[in-house]
Design a binder for this molecule. Structure first.
Ligand code: ADP
Length: 471
């Protein structure tokens, strides 16, 4: 096996706030058959340290961004983990990024610089008996690793999972983050007078990827590049889009302990009945639409609320599971006064399985979406995705256009732009398709047959590592 180090702040099932964790957690198993043995470097959060089986200290850093640190090696949930055990940085309550009160940890720049620095030290031989040929960095949290390795001959890949998060830090931290002042320029890691760790990654990594071909194109435009489009245009030849897959074992309708398993779409009826019961929804003829999502502006659920009458005035129903933006949570709760709308505010993995299994359709009205995973879960479970025409949603769902329906290949619905009017129109189309049992059954069958695992993308990453390792 050729050695590759993955550097990430989240990795399912050990620590997760979003899709990054799913992808980081799935990559090692996807890449092993390609001949790449991946070890994953994670911050030593409590949940990570607790999960490590028989951890061994494999490196020590006496002064690591304000305290002592060591690298622990061990297996956890089948993954080969390297945990950066640095209690002064990671042993605290809250999420990986926020304190218990929901505010960013004030030393996040140091916490993740420490992760990137440890990655660079490992790449330079800190473990002694294992050095990676390639360092694969994820998002801004690992963005400084390519910078710290800028003078070494080690291939690095930076994957953009979401360009909205850019790791911006005040310039007075330059020394504390162990950055060279001479690179504090527009051509370096400087970003409008501050430090951006994502920009550093985009500037210094050997190759760049993002999680879908359409998002790779979008990122080079001012509309989606969020200030980094110029740099990405300059590096267009080094940027590619590799579609995310999902873990088809955890997400398998035929074998899902969280819900009533089913092999064909017919079997969904029981899962749907149970879901309605769980949420106290009456039996109706209309489609049961579902949402599982972070509640942030990106996800466009405010637009869904505006478009909702198109669905529920015609006997449709909605179940939402999500958490995040307080105002949106409150508005969703208000919408749940309607007998055909149910909302659960919170984060609940098992419930997300029950909801996706029990729904007829899953709605994803994102304003931008690098790849999106829940539409892939939807496809796998025969839960028809209704998606905004953006990013990875474009690449994964075949719209029920007249031609696609005639060719018998449709798997979902796309709409755009992200306005209440366009979404309402899509919901009306959904209702019409749902009323036509033959067409609906065909779409469900197509959806469930869609390849949503890693079979296509794992070789693409392997080919990229190959190039980068030799570079
Ligand atoms: P993002 O990473 O932008 O949040 P993705 O669609 O790529 O969006 O990934 C989101 C992941 O988080 C999916 O695995 C989804 O099922 C999960 N998720 C989001 N919100 C919740 C929630 N409230 N409860 C359970 N799982 C959730």
């Amino acid at each position: 096996m050729r050695p590759v180090l993955s550097v990430t702040s989240e990795c399912a099932p050990l620590v997760k706030t979003g899709g990054l964790a799913d992808v980081a957690g799935a990559l090692p198993a996807a890449l092993a058959p390609q001949g790449w043995g991946m070890r994953t470097l994670l911050p030593g959060y409590g949940s990570v340290l607790k999960a490590l089986r028989r951890p061994k200290t494999v490196a020590e850093f006496p002064d690591h961004f304000g305290g002592k640190a060591r690298v622990l090696s061990g297996k956890a949930s089948g993954l080969d983990i390297l945990a950066l055990d640095a209690p002064h940085l990671y042993d605290r309550p809250g999420t990986p990024y926020l304190d218990a009160g929901g505010i960013d940890h004030p030393d996040n720049p140091q916490r993740f610089a420490a992760l990137g620095y440890a990655a660079a030290e490992i790449a330079k031989g800190a473990l002694g008996d294992w050095t990676p040929e390639v360092v694969h960095c994820h998002d801004w949290q690992a963005g400084l690793a390519p910078y710290y390795l800028r003078n070494d001959k080690i291939g690095t890949v930076l994957t953009i999972h979401n360009i909205a998060f850019q790791g911006v830090a005040p310039a007075y931290l330059i020394d504390a983050l162990r950055l060279d002042r001479s690179d504090f320029t527009q051509a370096g890691y400087e970003y409008w007078g501050q430090v951006s760790t994502l920009k550093a990654g985009l500037r210094y990594a050997t190759r760049l990827t993002t999680v879908s071909p359409t998002y790779a194109e979008e990122l080079t435009t001012p509309e989606f590049g969020m200030g980094l489009d110029g740099l990405l245009r300059a590096r267009e030849g080094d940027l590619s889009g590799i579609l995310n897959g999902i873990d088809t074992v955890t997400w398998d309708p035929a074998n899902d302990p969280a819900t009533v398993p089913y092999k064909t779409a017919k079997g969904k009826a029981r899962a749907k009945k149970r879901l309605r019961k769980e949420f106290g929804l009456p039996e109706t003829d209309g489609p049961l639409a579902v949402v599982v999502s972070r509640l942030s502006h990106q996800k466009g659920l405010d637009v869904l609320l505006d478009a909702l009458p198109a669905l529920i005035d015609r006997g449709g129903q909605l179940v939402v599971l999500g958490s995040g933006d307080r105002a949106l949570e409150a508005n969703l709760r208000k919408a749940a006064d309607h007998p055909n709308v149910a909302v659960h505010i919170g984060y609940d993995e098992a419930m997300s399985h029950r909801i996706i299994a029990g729904g007829d359709a899953i709605i994803i009205p994102s304003r931008f979406e690098p790849c999106g995973l829940t539409q892939l879960y939807g496809l796998r479970y025969g839960t028809i995705p209704v998606v905004a025409r953006t990013g990875g949603l474009v690449d994964t769902v075949i719209d029920a256009s007249p031609m696609a329906l005639r060719a018998g290949v449709a798997t979902g619905l796309q709409f755009g732009p992200v306005t209440a009017h366009a979404l309402a129109t899509a919901l009306l189309r959904l209702i019409a398709l749902h009323r036509d049992p033959t067409t609906w059954a065909r779409m469900q069958k197509n959806a469930m047959a869609t390849e949503v695992g890693w079979d296509a993308s794992a070789p693409a990453y392997a080919a990229l590592y190959d190039e980068v390792a030799g570079a």
